[in-house]
Design a protein around this ligand. Structure first.
Ligand SMILES: [Zn+2]
Length: 714
């Protein structure tokens, strides 16, 4: 085997094709086997098996359509079904044991049928794109349930999936566009909330990796939809010391030459995923995570992965191994094949005490949110919908509801997400203009007007300016990551040693005003330890306590207001330094991400914490808008009693120290870290918006004299 690398990255192997392996090493070798074509005939170029250009000029279709070996696909599926046991054949998520009603496509009778999740069916995972989906609607649903009444024309991907299921001698297929009545809100809501059941009960999920819309099809299903596999011919001296291969053939001996046939193995699936449009979309995220087994159709090869072999992938040319070079040990690409959800279920949380169980489940939640928020949604308001199946699977383990994207059982932990770059609120559009668009007289280094989140302009020394409109979608509150458009990271927990306990919550009780109406209380994490061992932590609508004579307020215009009593410090007590440091990307410690942090300075100008930069608030710390900054507070959310090595975020040059160790103790009395959120109280009516997160040394926090007050976040 000869490793093939592109830059630092291994992309596969070169394999020598011989008489003994050509029927399995070559993608179309199965056709040679079936039709008993000899090796010499196969590779000689006298026919078109490999699609080599022929004088006839119709090489591709005349002899072989470069189609998929359906027997092979059936063998993969049967072997997995019969021999892989529980790991591949049970629904991991306990709720999904119940059979739920589903609409399925009957590919034999060519119609829709009312069935249940207990049926043996395939599911399709694909990208819609701007294509006429020919969806099922209230107006055509009844007629589509009649035998042979599905329309003839569907987008290629759906049509190919139907052909595939039929060719595998199976009967049922679930495709969202057809099996959810698209203009029936009730049906839609029902099925969106149970994607965990739909995908985890499916016998297998067919993944359309190729292309950017539903017309791309499943390559290899129809003749001529994939290009021939390249086979290179190389003539070398027989007995060459450079090559550990010496076929004993007459022709080779006669001329002292050996003819080699070389073929590249399929690119590793994780690399194919990494360059696919499918892998960038929000909806497809949970579809793979929740599936038992997947058949991936890329432009050149079909791959198979199931629950038993999470890092072993099969392809049409044998086992598709993932290169394990050092450079890729932690790369995001390699991680793209992993499945945090099944890792958690297989690793198990049973037997752990509630605190450990929560820590483990939360760690999985963090991995999932970090990945999910980096993806794109065509419809921004789908941010919760496209994650509902994942939530449902996590609910089981959190034993708690998920509220606006955050688990109720760990609200104080989950509130501490950090923006992974400057992100606008959901519904906002953010325009960035360079200097050239800012009129004459603005040379580099001259102050420019920078509009803020509140449509007020401040003068700033900024290389670019950002403007906002004021169309924030208030259904998605600022205290959750769903309230912002863009990737988030739970950076504050990165690198935290496993033996350390979760930070202690500083908030005793939350009250949420759902949809501007009912008040619901959520106990803080301290009380929850008891609740978790009994029936779990779910929202209760008990009357809220009248704490600090400061009652929660409902506002009809602001749904999902979160209220709690917390220690607060005015932002003006500290100074946010103008000096910014770009932190590293999560997958590559030596490259900078798009996110910067600023040092927080105490009253004496000593470093005592870090502030995560956020769009719309770039003026903070620049002394440009003292009035706006006077309305900002820092809110203490949780506390780490122990400080661990490298608790600051990384950048290319190394760790960014959180605080000045000459001034603030690393251990012993007075040490500790406070996780805080920054809140802008300028919304009026006593409501505020979460801006960003920060982390401050506990001593600096205490010296700042925190005051308890009611915080209301919308
Ligand atoms: Zn399996």
């Amino acid at each position: 085997m000869l490793k093939v690398a592109y830059g630092m990255q291994e992309v596969g192997d070169l394999r020598i094709v011989t008489e003994s392996n050509y029927t399995t090493a070559l993608r179309q070798g199965w056709e040679a086997r079936e039709q008993q074509v000899s090796f010499q005939d196969f590779v000689s170029g006298t026919n078109d098996w490999l699609g080599k250009a022929s004088s006839r000029g119709d090489a591709l279709d005349s002899v072989t359509g470069q189609q998929v070996d359906l027997h092979l696909l059936r063998r993969w599926l049967t072997d997995c079904e019969l021999n892989h046991g529980e790991a591949c054949n049970s629904s991991l998520y306990s709720r999904s044991n119940a059979d739920l009603p589903l609409v399925l496509i009957d590919v034999i009778d060519n119609c829709l049928v009312s069935a249940s999740s207990g049926a043996k069916y395939f599911a399709l995972s694909y990208v819609w794109g701007a294509v006429d989906m020919s969806p099922t609607l209230l107006g055509n649903y009844k007629s589509r349930c009649q035998k042979n009444c599905l329309p003839q024309q569907f987008p290629n991907t759906i049509a190919d999936a139907i052909t595939l299921v039929r060719a595998l001698d199976e009967r049922y297929l679930w495709v969202d566009a057809l099996c959810i009545v698209q203009d029936d809100p009730e049906h839609k809501e029902r099925d969106i909330a149970r994607m965990d059941v739909i995908y985890s009960h499916a016998f297998a999920t067919v993944v359309a990796l190729h292309g950017a819309n539903a017309d791309a099809g499943l390559p290899g299903m129809r003749p001529g939809t994939r290009s021939p596999q390249q086979v290179e011919t190389l003539v070398i001296d027989a007995g060459s010391e450079d090559l550990d291969y010496s076929p004993d053939t007459k022709s080779a001996q006669g001329r002292g030459k050996v003819t080699l046939h070389l073929v590249a193995t399929p690119r590793p699936l994780d690399l194919v995923l990494g360059t696919s449009c499918w892998e960038t979309r929000g909806w497809t995220f949970q579809e793979r995570l929740l599936s038992r087994r997947c058949l991936y159709f890329s432009d050149r090869y079909v791959y198979f992965q199931c629950g038993r072999w999470r890092d072993k992938v099969l392809s049409e040319c044998g086992i598709n191994s993932t290169p394990r070079s050092k450079q890729r040990a932690n790369s995001a690409l390699e991680a793209s094949l992993s499945n945090p959800l099944t890792d958690l279920y297989h690793g198990g949380v049973t037997g752990l005490d509630p605190e450990q169980s929560l820590a483990k489940t939360f760690a999985t939640y963090v991995r999932l949110v970090d990945k999910y928020t980096a993806r794109k949604l065509s419809c921004e308001a789908d941010i919760i919908n496209a994650f509902m199946g994942t939530f449902a699977a996590l609910n089981e383990l959190f034993q708690s509801d998920i509220l606006c994207g955050l688990p109720v059982a760990a609200l104080d932990l989950a509130m501490l997400w950090a923006p992974a770059r400057r992100t606008p609120r959901r519904g906002h559009t953010m325009h960035t203009q360079g200097f050239q668009n800012m009129g004459s007289g603005h040379a580099l280094g001259q102050p420019a007007l920078v509009p803020t989140n509140r449509n007020t302009d401040v003068l700033a020394w900024a290389p670019q300016m950002q403007t906002f409109d004021d169309r924030v979608d208030r259904r998605f509150p600022s205290w959750s990551w769903v309230g912002w458009t863009g990737p988030v990271e739970y950076r504050l927990y990165y690198g935290m040693p496993r033996h350390l306990p979760l930070p202690a919550s500083l908030i005793e009780e939350f009250v949420i005003v759902v949809d501007g109406k009912g008040l619901q209380t959520i106990p803080g994490r301290k009380q929850q330890r008891v609740a978790l061992t009994s029936q779990g932590c779910h929202l209760t609508s008990a009357a809220p306590k009248d704490f600090a004579a400061d009652k929660p307020i409902a506002s009809p215009s602001l749904p999902n207001v979160l209220q709690f009593l917390a220690s607060t410090v005015p932002l003006s007590t500290f100074t946010v330094s103008t000096e910014q440091e770009y932190i590293s990307t999560t997958d590559h410690i030596h490259s900078s991400s798009q996110q910067a942090v600023h040092h927080i300075l105490d009253g004496k100008g000593k470093r005592c914490g870090l502030w995560w930069e956020q769009a719309g608030y770039l003026y903070v710390g620049r002394g440009l808008n003292a009035e706006a900054e006077s309305k900002m507070i820092l809110v203490g959310v949780s506390r780490h009693d122990a400080i661990w090595d490298s608790c600051g975020p990384y950048r290319a040059e190394g760790e960014i120290k959180l605080f000045d160790e000459k001034v603030y103790p690393v251990s012993g009395t007075g040490s500790g870290l406070i996780n805080v959120i920054a809140v802008d109280l300028d919304m009026g009516h006593e409501f505020g918006e979460r801006i960003t997160v920060a982390r401050i040394h506990a001593l600096a926090w205490e010296e700042a004299g925190p005051v308890k007050r009611m915080v209301r976040l919308a």
